[in-house]
Design a protein around this ligand. Structure first.
Ligand code: AVJ
Ligand code: FE
Length: 443
């Protein structure tokens, strides 16, 4: 991640470990009852996520990298995500919030000792701090999951939003071109060099694409409302067969959290009711809704390679970048990340985060559904464990790209791949649309 100097890298890792831990504590600074409760059958109780991040850190950094004696073998099974469904975790004899915090602190003391004495080279697990980066990303991913649990929670607000800097928020989205032409040709997808890239992002491989158009900005609440107002949820021809079945079975008529209030739509955001903002990227739609909207609009979802080429390909250098704006790590001027905004920024914001072709908000704000199933890249090797990605490959999961406002910069980059079932709506997911370029549109 940072520089070649090993001492700098260790400082960078220690800082990132501390930042993720501060975030975890801030998200679990609520009443016992809120921590122990099942806020939704889709989610773990917050206290499970809390101890689980410690358990993964103990497994990988203390035991595997550090070769130290286990702290708590007795809880391994309880915090193994594959052993118990999320909806069954409140009935386990979980560590209390106090015990969990104490456990996290004990693990962390050992982790910092391991970091101090381990050379960050010599094996794929530790080269350039990979295992530490993996655990930092893991904790940040659970912090985003905990935010989704907070959004499902009913009651007096416990989280408070930071306001976005005025200079990143744009009000000129109507003056931007609606879509951008991505020229035909080969680009390098994925990475073989990004130190903390996870197994599913590897290896780099060439992908050739015909020319296509992609939306400059994510689909907004206002645009999505036109689909609703046009009877989108009552018109089977916009939906795939599975999607239409899902609409009929669940009775969904709008994104999750939207409610009718006369002729307006309102939504509850982390316990606060507000009117649905027209200019904000739509969130809490499932893949079926995103796919149906795109068909209604006479368009389609981008494929995963199309999304990544729009985000990383620089036509001037003919190379793929780490991020749309270049190779620098994200700053608050580039993208809305980190979780403290509690919302996406208005569509069209972040001119400094635009890609070389002018596509905006590819990183941060909302995860973007793409049309593709979650599958391995050619040459994929599961590392360091099959349960991170490999067991999820196949046609059950759809890919999401780019990270949301709730994702941290450590767990988000141009190559990062997320995935979920096509019916899931509690995640901070939206989308943008694309279309094939007609022969006469290609220069
Ligand atoms: C990559 C977000 C789908 O939350 O299920 C957390 C990340 N893996 N613990 C998930 C993960 C193991 C994963 N996603
Ligand atoms: Fe996990």
């Amino acid at each position: 991640e940072s520089g070649a100097d090993p001492e700098n890298l260790k400082t960078f890792i220690a800082d990132a470990l501390e930042r993720s831990r501060n975030r975890t504590h801030a998200l679990t600074e609520c009443d016992e009852e809120d921590l122990l409760k099942q806020h939704s059958a889709l989610m773990s109780p917050l206290v499970w996520d809390l101890a689980h991040v410690g358990s993964q850190e103990e497994l990988w950094l203390v035991r595997d990298v550090g070769k130290m004696e286990p702290l708590r073998c007795d809880i391994d099974e309880m915090y193994d995500a594959f052993q118990h469904a999320r909806s069954a975790r409140t009935s386990l004899p979980l560590l209390s919030p106090e015990e969990s915090r104490k456990y996290l602190a004990q693990v962390r003391t050992k982790t910092l000792d391991v970091l101090d004495r381990t050379p960050l080279e010599g094996s794929p697990l530790v080269d350039r701090g990979f295992a530490f980066g993996m655990i930092i990303q893991h904790e940040q991913q659970h912090d985003e999951t905990m935010l989704a649990t907070h959004q499902l929670r009913v009651g007096t607000p416990v989280l408070h939003a930071r306001t976005l800097a005025a200079d990143v928020v744009s009000t000129d989205r109507h003056s931007l071109p609606k879509e951008v032409l991505v020229p035909a040709g080969t680009f390098m997808m994925g990475t073989s060099v990004e130190p903390w890239a996870l197994d599913n992002e590897r290896p780099a491989h060439p992908v050739d694409l015909p020319a296509y158009w992609i939306d400059t900005i994510p689909v907004t609440n206002g645009a999505y409302r036109s689909f609703i107002d046009d009877g989108g949820y009552r018109t089977p021809r916009w939906w795939t067969a599975q999607g239409w079945k899902h609409v009929r079975e669940t009775g969904i008529v709008a994104p999750k959290y939207w409610e009718r209030d006369g002729d307006r739509w309102v939504r509850t955001r982390f316990g606060v009711v507000e009117q649905v903002p027209e200019d904000e990227p739509v969130q809490h739609v499932c893949w079926f809704e995103a796919d149906a909207y795109a068909r209604w609009a006479g368009r389609r979802l981008p494929t995963e390679p199309e999304w990544e080429k729009a985000a990383r390909y620089d036509p001037r250098s003919d190379c793929s970048r780490r991020y749309p704006w270049g190779d620098e790590d994200p700053s608050p001027h580039h993208a809305n990340l980190g979780g403290s905004a509690l919302r996406p920024s208005p569509a069209g914001s972040y001119s400094r985060g635009a890609s070389p072709l002018g596509v905006r908000q590819l990183i941060g704000d909302v995860w973007e559904w793409v049309s593709s199933d979650f599958r391995p890249y050619p040459g994929f090797i599961a590392f360091p464990y099959q349960e991170y990605s490999e067991v999820f490959f196949g046609s059950d999961y759809k890919v999401l790209r780019g990270g949301s406002w709730a994702a941290d910069a450590a767990a988000c980059r141009g190559t990062f791949r997320n995935w979920d079932y096509p019916i899931r709506r509690q995640i901070f997911a939206g989308f943008r649309t694309a279309r094939d370029a007609a022969p006469d549109e290609v220069r």
